[in-house]
Design a binder for this molecule. Sequence first.
Ligand code: SAH
Ligand code: SF4
Ligand code: F3S
Length: 443
Amino acid sequence: MLNGKYFIFTYGCQMNVHESEKLAGILEERGYEKAGAPEDADVLVYNTCCIREGAEQRAVGNIGNAKPIKKKNPDLIVAVCGCMTQQSGVAENLKKKFPFINIVFGANNVEFFGEYLDMFLRQRKYQKNILENKSYQSSTKSVQMVRDDKYSAYVNITYGCNNFCTYCIVPYVRGREISRPAGEIYKEVKELIEVGKYKIITLLGQNVNSYGNDIVGNKTTFPELLETIANFEGDFELRFMSSHPKDLSDELIDVIARNEKIGKAIHLPVQSGSNKILKAMNRNYTREKYLGIINKMKQKIKGLSLSTDIIVGFPGETEQDFEDTVSLLKEVQFSNAYIFMYSKRKGTIAEKMDGHLPIEVKRERIHKLLTIQKEITNNHFVSLIGKVQERVLIDGETANLYLGKTQCGKVVKIKKEKNLKLGDFANVLLTDYSGGNLYGEAK
Ligand code: SAH
Ligand code: SF4
Ligand code: F3S
């Protein structure tokens, strides 16, 4: 029975993307169907992010766009959830600004959206439900998901974060870290592999390396969890994100190196190349320790490609501190770096620090770093020409080309010489890099 149509706006990280898959599942279980555009929807969901000011502004702007839709369709249900609503007072402010909002809930209880929706439909009264931490009930509730990607699937392994990097809002909005029992993770991954179409399984957590630390008497560490899954039968690639450098062990490096099915594109956020700034950020590692890990990985992991996150313009960052970040980028040669301007987040420790920098300085630094990284990324792809990329996922085709993705997510255009099937992995000899595109031949 068709109940109407839904449209979900998703902001933020993979965690939110995955949670929107749960929200879609909950709606489809209730007979709703995906709408092609927000204007056609009977239920609009805004799954928000608050990692930086810009993310919040985008969400708020878009919620405002629901007003004319609601005018046309007075029965439209507007729900707002995600990290933004977890901050104190935000749900109330949003409701004041946008009185047409019907349901507000937090990132920690997405699994209960269906219950809130049912309640709204029964009572036709504003529903607000926000939990400070992920509850046991939420983390263990089984929810049918409508997965976003054809070949790639996310699996939660931990929720929340205990690290309190001084700039970051996540520990405040997502609460204390909890790990899913290993047995549940194995079961979900096995089911995904058995379906046969999911070729990339990505384990999700804010800091996957601390998996299991919260489970009393737990014996499964992250490297053990990873290796157990890598040994499952089937044709798949196992990925994970994110890893925190402070507790990335030699054991983990060895597990990645010796298991063919574990992806060799590793994302390891460094944030800054300056020891003074790393300390102020409460990252718990030094530049030297980070570079030591990188060098070990480069030595041991065949086919490694590295990416990172950087924040420029953290309070107190001097020209010299910034130059330390520049030199780190040049030294490591990441295939990709996600570079952000520091954004002041309410309630964090950095908010109250001295030395906040003017926007012009942050802009100048991000611009400089982006230019430098662009050249490094370019050189990285040029250096791959003539080499074989293993396990390129074939996920599209045109009349005379297959479209593939490398382990680090870069599109490769492959000549249609050999017969390949969509959803297959192929080994591809890279023959050219031009106009931002990789070209190759399947081996
Ligand atoms: N838990 C993950 C992801 C955190 S959010 C991790 O630690 O790797 C993703 C990125 O957003 C961070 O790595 C950081 O680079 C950036 N970020 C977080 N808070 C920020 C802030 N206040 N201003 C600018 N960038 C921020
Ligand atoms: Fe934020 Fe740090 Fe936790 Fe990542 S590890 S979510 S940057 S507090
Ligand atoms: Fe944003 Fe929350 Fe993710 S703040 S980056 S959606 S954990």
